[in-house]
Design a protein around this ligand. Structure first.
Ligand code: ARG
Length: 465
């Protein structure tokens, strides 16, 4: 077997042989960590400035390094750079480009730094930006929900338990439930951001460094709120990535539940909504079909993000301190979770904004299924009948209605009075679906008044977000 000769490694000093080609491919991460190029370069610029400030390198050397790094950044952005698998990862690819351009001065950049703290820095910087972007997407979605809710404060629909019609609510009230879920997602991401916003450079390989670094200067220049407090933890902590994937899993779970409902609602059996043509697709064989593919795909992609979370938890579960190469596996899972959450949120909001609401069908469904049965019982209870007894009476009424294929609204006053003398003429008003909703006028309830206030609170929350 011949061993291919490869480029000289930046760490090649101690090695007598070159890396096997298979191993080189196997352990290289450049194919996926190249997306960290910006963070890597910004981090290196901050490191070089700081090295000069504390006198580890000269101002002139720092100047040369920074200028070359800026040029490399511009070249990468212009598509002029081809990364090398042989240079392993983004950190060494950029360092190699640097030394190719400015020679020995470039070799000073890595003083008092290890790829272990470098990669921890890059991933944190990257994730911070992405968290901010995802919070923005969530807020946009929340705005969409408030807008659609505003138009549907009086759009009556059945509320469900066990997917059986239960009590009438409004579409606005239903949408605001999701508003709350996404608000918790925003809060969770903010919380995760706090722990991501800590600067690990200076942890070195694991035990810090003998050079008198100014870690706070680096943290300030890169916009970090604090520095990591322990060098071992600084290089081996990936909690922030796991927390993000957990928060992302919840976002996807919320989207998936919503998608499931939209899929059901657009079926011929429900017919509560119609997706806009731009967010549906047809079938290659069945000409009549209009499928809610986008919603199905988001529901399906939820599994990917759960998988990313499990992958990260499993990678980390038995790692001794500090850095282990296993941790290189963090990036693909994290990036996949970020991409999937972003893409899903991006397409979901306009899909909801453009869907057509079929108010009549919702109203019809709300009138069926005895959704006002509780209200008949409440009516009796308000007139002094103990609730359990009222429940029993209405249960009997429902049973006879089911047998005769009728609704509670269709019964005559005589029929009501046959079962209880307490019923009066006002029963009919009390159990119209409109009244059932209007009467649930308590904080957190579906009455249009309450929902209008909830929408106002939501708008205020978003303004303050
Ligand atoms: N590519 C590596 C990673 O993503 C960078 C850190 C490598 N450190 C090391 N000692 N091999 O984790």
């Amino acid at each position: 077997m011949t061993i291919e000769v490869t480029v000289m490694k930046l760490w090649g000093g101690r090695f007598a042989k070159t890396t096997d080609k298979l191993v080189e491919d196997f352990h290289s991460s450049i194919s996926f960590d190249q997306r960290l190029y910006q963070q890597d370069i910004r981090g290196s610029i901050a490191h070089a400035s700081m090295l000069a400030k504390v006198g580890v390198i000269s101002q002139d050397e720092a100047g040369q390094i920074i200028k070359a790094l800026e040029e490399i950044l511009a070249d990468i952005e212009a598509g002029k750079v081809e990364f090398e698998v042989g240079a392993e990862d983004i950190h060494m690819n950029i360092e190699k480009l640097l030394t190719e351009r400015i020679g020995d001065v470039g070799k000073k950049l890595h003083t008092a730094r290890s790829r272990n703290d470098q990669v921890a820095l890059d991933v944190r910087m990257y994730l911070k930006e992405e968290i901010k972007e995802i919070i923005g997407l969530l807020v946009k979605l929340q705005e969409t929900l408030l807008d659609v809710a505003d138009d549907n404060k009086e759009t009556i629909m059945p509320g469900y338990t066990h997917l059986q019609r239960a009590q009438p609510i409004t579409l606005a009230h239903h949408l605001l439930a999701y508003f709350q879920m996404f608000q918790r997602d925003v809060d969770r991401l903010r919380d995760c951001y706090k722990r991501t916003n800590v600067m690990p450079l200076g942890s070195g390989a694991l035990a810090g460094t003998t050079f008198p670094l100014d870690r706070h200067m680096v943290a300030d220049s890169l916009g970090f709120a604090a520095i990591t407090d322990n060098s071992l933890d600084g290089v081996s902590d990936r909690d922030f990535a796991i927390e993000f994937c957990a928060a992302g899993s919840l976002i996807m779970m919320h989207l998936s539940r919503f998608c499931e409902e939209l899929i059901l609602w657009s079926s011929g059996e429900f017919e509560f909504i119609e997706m806009d043509d731009a967010y549906s697709t047809g079938s290659s064989i069945m000409p009549q079909k209009k499928n809610p593919d986008v919603a199905e795909l988001i529901r399906g992609k939820t599994g990917r993000v759960y998988g990313d979370l499990m992958a990260l938890l499993t990678v980390m579960k038995s790692l001794p301190l500090a850095y282990n190469k296993d941790m290189q596996e963090d990036k693909e899972a994290l990036f996949d979770a970020i991409d999937t959450v972003k893409k899903s949120l991006l397409v979901f909001a306009p899909m909801v904004a453009t869907m057509k609401v079929k108010k009549e069908a919702m109203h019809r469904a709300a009138r069926g299924g005895f959704t006002n049965a509780t209200d008949v019982a409440d009516y009796l209870a308000k007139k002094g009948v103990p609730f359990r007894q009222a429940h029993e009476i209405v249960g009997k009424l429902v049973l006879s209605c089911i047998r005769e294929g009728r609704n509670l609204d269709d019964l005559s006053l005589e029929e009501y009075r046959e079962i209880s003398e307490v019923f009066g003429e006002d029963i009919f008003k009390a159990i119209s679906v409109e009244e059932c909703v209007r009467a649930r006028n308590i904080p957190g309830g579906p009455a249009p008044e309450q929902v209008a206030e909830a929408i106002a609170r939501g708008r205020k929350l978003i303004r303050e977000n």
